[in-house]
Design a protein around this ligand. Structure first.
Ligand code: HEC
Ligand code: HEC
Length: 339
């Protein structure tokens, strides 16, 4: 499937390109007010995909509909589950016919802010990302053209696409609608946010000590997990493996210096997105901290920031308490995101 990405990009241009002079606008005419969390900047919304209530509702319906997979068993929501911060609980996600995927399913928390997609950064936009599960035999395993034909044969979807896009179901509309829904998945109301952004002093001493450790020169966590999203979106080799079975960023750049580099993930809602790492090989936050404390392998591309450190049981408990304070319960139970 990774090898298929250039083909995928190519077919995308054919299927959904539109003339710049004739922007396709949403015929519903209504506008949607994105509830931007306090302290966050507004995410960029592409000109050809304005947010409207009807489009977001259609995108949500498609996100949860297994009609998009070969055997009608898997939807986006199968691998991106709300109670897991829109990730899943498997080491490697499971597609049609129980086929095991190649990477751990990432959270979609605040995905609207991401500058690139996939752990190797191989996909430039959210709209384009939506094509990936279709051609992947380990995910939907259904050609996008066939998926669109299914929607055309469905009276309800035909009516909804007409309402939202003024056309019959199309790959253009499908990708725009799901991306619009994904851009509403904003999360900025964790205990950490209430304390530091909303100024409500809710964090415990343990959580505050954990935050200090997180930022400390010794642990260096905040050097990569920086800013309001707790990531700088860079690609780093953390020395997880001696020999990586997945070359990570090098899959895209074909440069050995990028082998074993993966995008720094956000830590928002990290307590509910286990297991961790590109391959789901670490089950708990405790295990993640033990890994960073060990300093990892001697992979030639390993970041200099990963040096290992000593940490007491108390400090580890504090650091975990801090990571748990990044969970946004209102996001995980928000009914607007439910099918
Ligand atoms: C079989 C499980 C599975 C299904 C079905 C699935 N995904 Fe994913 N998704 C993944 C995995 C695994 C990745 C990570 C891929 C990678 O990094 O190479 C991913 C990555 C993503 C990303 C990129 C996130 C990031 O941080 O870069 C987005 C967005 C996304 N999926 C949305 C969707 C949407 C929308 C659908 C439905 C059209 C969908 N996914 C269907 C498992 C799945
Ligand atoms: C050199 C940059 C860097 C530093 C320093 C760093 N991390 Fe990370 N962290 C990453 C990358 C890259 C990944 C993803 C690796 C992968 O996908 O295999 C990651 C993964 C994680 C994960 C798993 C998240 C997930 O969704 O899978 C947690 C939790 C985490 N880091 C916490 C920490 C803590 C705590 C520290 C400090 C002790 C720290 N990190 C230091 C780059 C860094």
């Amino acid at each position: 499937m990774r090898i298929a990405i250039p083909t995928l990009l190519f077919s995308f241009l054919f299927l959904v390109s539109c003339n710049k002079d004739e922007p396709i606008t949403d015929s519903s005419g209504e506008t949607y007010m994105l509830q931007i969390p306090q302290g966050f900047q507004a995410p960029e919304i592409p000109d050809d995909n304005p947010l409207t209530p009807a489009k977001i509702a259609l995108g949500k319906e498609l996100f949860y509909d297994p009609i998009l997979s070969k055997d009608n068993t898997i939807s986006c929501g199968s691998c991106h589950m709300q109670n897991h911060g829109f990730s899943d609980d498997k080491a490697l996600s499971i597609g049609v016919e129980g086929k095991v995927g190649e990477r751990n399913s990432p959270t979609l928390t605040n995905v609207a802010y991401k500058p690139h997609f996939f752990k190797d950064g191989g996909i430039p936009t959210l709209e384009l990302q939506i094509l990936a599960p279709f051609d992947n035999e380990l995910e939907f395993d259904l050609n996008i053209v066939d998926a669109v034909d299914r929607l055309k044969a469905d009276d309800h979807y035909s009516a909804e696409f007409l309402k939202v896009f003024g056309t019959e179901p199309s790959a253009f509309g499908l990708t725009r609608a799901i991306a619009a829904f994904e851009r509403t998945l904003l999360s900025g109301n964790s205990r950490f946010d209430r304390h530091f952004i909303q100024g409500r002093s809710v964090l415990t001493d343990a959580e505050l000590r954990g935050y200090e450790l997180f930022k400390s020169d010794e642990l260096q966590c905040a050097s990569c997990h920086s800013g309001i999203m707790f990531t700088d979106y860079s690609y780093q080799n953390i020395g997880l493996k001696e020999n990586y079975p997945d070359s990570g960023r090098a899959r895209i750049t074909v440069n050995q210096a990028d082998a074993g580099k993966f995008e720094v993930p956000t830590l928002r809602n990290v307590a509910v997105t286990s297991p961790y790492m590109f391959d789901g090989s670490i089950e708990t936050l405790d295990g993640v901290i033990d890994f960073f404390a060990s300093g990892g392998t001697n992979h030639p591309n390993k970041s200099e920031l990963i040096q290992g450190f000593e940490i007491s049981d108390q400090e580890k408990a504090d650091l975990i308490a801090f990571l748990n304070s990044l969970t946004d319960q209102s996001f995980l139970s928000n009914q607007e995101f439910q099918p």
